[in-house]
Ligand binder design. Structure first.
Ligand code: DX5
Ligand code: ZN
Length: 222
């Protein structure tokens, strides 16, 4: 597989021993992914801005806060203060404030990610995609770890590669959901630059050391 960036999804980490989990996955961590949900936009409750704040002093890796909430504007100050490097907003939630929000975050020194739900086409966000730093393609419906990759999303990843070339945009393309050792090759081949990995890394069927070793091997590392 091409050498993609890996972003472990901490929602699936050992929350009782989060510090140890971070150490365990450090060899395959280029960024850390925080799923923040409100029980409305996404049908679950998971991590929070305070989780980002708690992890910040423990690492110098970029922290990506993936906001799956109906009113993301409410949490931006808190996330910036918590030390998030990337704030990933769902395109579906910033229809009334997209340019204002993206510009404000950039002015405050935060990188901006845009996430697209599986049913949301690239065209929906095309007016502002050239402004953002990362586009996260939801490769499952939001809410839970351990779901199966939706195969149609591979086309969306490729469409984002084409749009980037045609528009001169500079975003990195990240896949989020259903990434595991069986699906990572096709996601990489479609053109993704980064992978969020939850249950495919924090596995229930093998010790974490073994799982980390397998992901290292997939990237051609020892
Ligand atoms: C889903 C979240 C994902 C989730 C992915 O709503 O946005 O980040 O953690 O989990 P896996 O990798 O297990 O599909
Ligand atoms: Zn996520």
């Amino acid at each position: 597989m091409r050498s993609l960036l890996f972003s472990p999804s901490l929602m699936s980490a050992d929350l009782l021993n989060l510090a140890k989990s971070l150490e365990d996955v450090a060899p395959v961590s280029d960024m850390l992914h925080f799923d923040i949900m409100d029980g409305h936009f996404a049908p679950n409750l998971t991590l929070a801005p305070d989780t980002v704040k708690a992890v910040r002093p423990a690492t110098s890796l970029p922290l990506d806060a993936h906001l799956m909430v109906t009113t993301p504007e409410r949490y931006l100050d808190q996330l910036i203060a918590a030390g998030a490097d990337y704030i990933t907003l769902h395109a579906e939630t910033i229809v009334a404030n997209s340019f204002r929000t993206i510009n404000m975050l950039h002015e405050r020194g935060v990188k901006v990610g845009i996430a697209l739900n599986p049913a949301t086409p690239v065209e929906f966000a095309k007016e502002y995609l050239p402004l953002v730093d990362m586009v996260t393609v939801m490769t499952v419906d939001i809410g839970y770890g351990g779901q199966k990759l939706i195969p149609q999303m591979l086309r969306k990843i490729s469409a984002l590669v084409d749009f980037r070339a045609a528009s001169g945009a500079k975003y990195i393309i990240q896949a989020d959901g259903g990434v595991n050792e069986n699906t990572c090759e096709e996601i990489a081949a479609a053109g993704a630059d980064a992978l969020v990995i939850g249950r495919g890394l924090f596995r229930t069927d093998m010790p974490i050391e073994e799982s980390v070793a397998r992901w290292k091997a997939l990237r051609g590392e020892r």
